[in-house]
Design a protein around this ligand. Structure first.
Ligand code: SF4
Ligand code: SF4
Length: 556
């Protein structure tokens, strides 16, 4: 590497200031207050890129804060973020546009017989805004002395050619024009050198996936994703009271799958209580859908129009919206070093959604993300003189933790559903660990010429949706989305599938211009990465835009 550059050097570098990365900083500052730790985050402000349902199972969170910030329960932030403690849990089965059945008894039955689904009880958990939670954790990390740098996008990880140990992380360049030429304000992305590197970027992280490839990590099964689209809706006080501030609803069936015929997709709807007079309404769909004209926002429209949902939101006003992917592949999709099984390599550890720590029996991963941050901090504190062994110690700690126990127990779930479809796969998945590991296709390989037959009458208003995500990028920067081969779009994709990226991108980024499909509106991008995983020809690459760009979620 050239010597004329100003390299920064820190002991611990965390990529991504989400719950996992911030938990690392908070736990580490508690164990070793003297250690210097820097967190780089691509969003303009903490929490801006964090979107989730979200249900928080509180144990790891309590463990973390009880030690790091005694008295946290009495703070205004705690009262705000943890205002909605769940004591009413419903699982609705929707049939057609009007019928609904509460099948929560089935979950209770499953719990009695210790079946995986029995974990889908959220009583005692919190329905939270993950954006607010992240902002709060960020403030605690800063108060403890961690350096948290928002607006700094990490673009690559640099490995030492000889040892394979990671040297540092290169930040993205700023100040290029659309053609990639340097402008007067050009700033080359610095390299931040570090002894320990913690990858906590969330689902399908750019640096994480580069590291997986460069370091030769492997997954036993491809990562399977789902796409979540969510709206925060201001409703009337009567509707909010009718729903109840302590309630969460998960819905299955219409419009994603039905028992007899119809769309055989995995997923469902959610309704969670938020702050006073606000309800979160969302639709989560497995990205292995087969319909070339499908858009999860269409399913969200159908869900919102169902009689059961409509009673709570009719006449309400959407005040925020967004989209994100969720890693659902579970235990077999965790990236590991083939020889050792380590979740990372040498001095690099992979955390949270980046590792795929989502328990599909609970449909939750936030508690595991925080727990993985705690384990990473413990690993660092135990290997201060031997950073190259930190990934190994981290992996041992994860294996002994609740994370691995949960992930192992739910290990066959998503692959079974992917293989047999929700109707047969969900009941079959009850056999859990008795089942073999089924081979599954990558999400982009499942596209067919079939059409989604429940298309709503009106096109979804993507412009308003995008405006509600408050997404922004510098208009003059190069597009961070690349179509690898325009001819594939023109010759193969148009005739077979009619250019699905134009339909499924929740922000309307892709358009046909002069008979060519282009990422025409990259500044609208919500960073959900759906296009990178669902283009049927694997023809799209998402690279990192300048730091500070992207959605600006406040209450998602
Ligand atoms: Fe089809 Fe992918 Fe081209 Fe879009 S980018 S038109 S989905 S091949
Ligand atoms: Fe998501 Fe890709 Fe559309 Fe951006 S361009 S919003 S990453 S699908």
């Amino acid at each position: 590497m050239p010597d004329n550059k100003d390299y920064n050097q820190v002991s611990v570098l965390v990529v991504g200031a989400g719950p996992a990365g911030l938990a690392t900083a908070i736990q580490l500052k508690t164990l070793k207050p003297e250690i210097d730790i820097c967190i780089v985050e691509k969003s303009a402000d903490l929490g801006n890129h964090n979107l989730s349902g979200a249900v928080l199972e509180p144990e790891p969170f309590h463990t973390l804060l009880d030690e790091a910030a005694p008295g946290w329960r009495d703070t205004d932030a705690a009262k705000d973020v943890l205002a909605n403690k769940i004591d009413k849990d419903d699982i609705m089965f929707l049939l057609g546009k009007k019928l609904s059945f509460n099948i929560f008894f089935a979950i209770k039955l499953a719990k009695t017989f210790r079946l995986g689904f029995g974990q889908m009880i959220h009583k005692g958990d919190y329905s939270v805004s993950i954006s607010k939670l992240t902002k709060w954790l960020g403030q605690i990390a800063k108060d403890l002395g961690a350096e948290v740098l928002s607006g700094f996008a990490a673009g690559d990880i640099i490995l030492d050619d000889g040892s394979g140990k990671a040297v540092g992380v290169k930040l993205a360049d700023c100040g290029l024009d659309k053609e990639g030429n340097r402008q007067p304000n050009f700033v080359e992305g610095e390299i931040i050198r570090a002894d320990f590197i913690v990858l906590a970027e969330g689902c399908d992280g750019l640096v994480t996936e580069k590291f997986v490839e460069k370091a030769g990590l492997q997954r036993q099964s491809p990562q399977l994703y789902s796409v979540g689209v969510k709206e925060l809706i201001k409703v009337s006080p009567e509707q909010y009271n009718k729903f109840k501030s302590s309630r969460v609803v998960h819905a299955m069936g219409y419009p994603i799958w039905t028992p007899v015929v119809g769309p055989g997709m995995f997923g469902g709807g959610i309704i969670y209580a938020g702050a006073q007079d606000h309800l979160s309404v969302g639709m989560i769909v497995g990205a292995d859908w087969k319909y070339c004209d499908f858009n999860p926002q269409d399913a969200l429209t159908n869900f919102k129009n169902h009689r059961f949902v409509r009673q709570f939101i009719e006449g309400g006003e959407v005040v925020e919206a967004g989209a994100k992917m969720i890693p659902e592949g579970g235990y077999y999709a965790i990236p590991r070093e083939p020889e050792t099984g380590n979740i990372g390599k040498t001095n690099v550890m992979i955390l949270g959604d980046g590792a795929g720590f989502v328990n599909m029996h609970k449909i939750k991963g936030l508690h595991n993300a925080i727990d993985s941050g705690i384990q990473a901090a413990k690993a660092i504190s135990q290997t201060l003189d031997t950073p190259e062994s930190s990934a190994s110690v981290y992996s041992e700690l994860v294996e002994k933790s609740n994370i691995a126990a949960e992930m192992r127990a739910a290990r066959n779930f998503r692959q079974t559903v992917a293989k047999f479809g929700p109707l047969q796969g969900m009941p079959l998945s009850v056999l859990g660990g008795l089942l073999p590991k089924f081979e599954v296709e990558k999400d982009y390989e499942t596209m067919t010429i079939a059409k989604y037959r429940l298309k709503p009458n009106q096109n979804f208003d993507k412009d308003t949706f995008t405006a509600m995500a408050a997404t922004e990028h510098r208009e003059e920067e190069p597009s961070h989305l690349t179509i690898l081969d325009a001819e594939i779009c023109k010759t193969k994709c148009t005739s077979l599938y009619n250019r699905p990226c134009i339909t499924f991108c929740p922000a309307g980024v892709y358009e046909t211009i002069n008979d060519q499909v282009k990422p025409a509106n990259p500044s609208n991008c919500l960073h959900c990465k759906t296009c990178q995983r669902k283009c049927p020809f694997d023809n799209i690459r998402w690279t990192v835009p300048e730091g500070g760009g992207g959605p600006r979620y406040k209450r998602m």
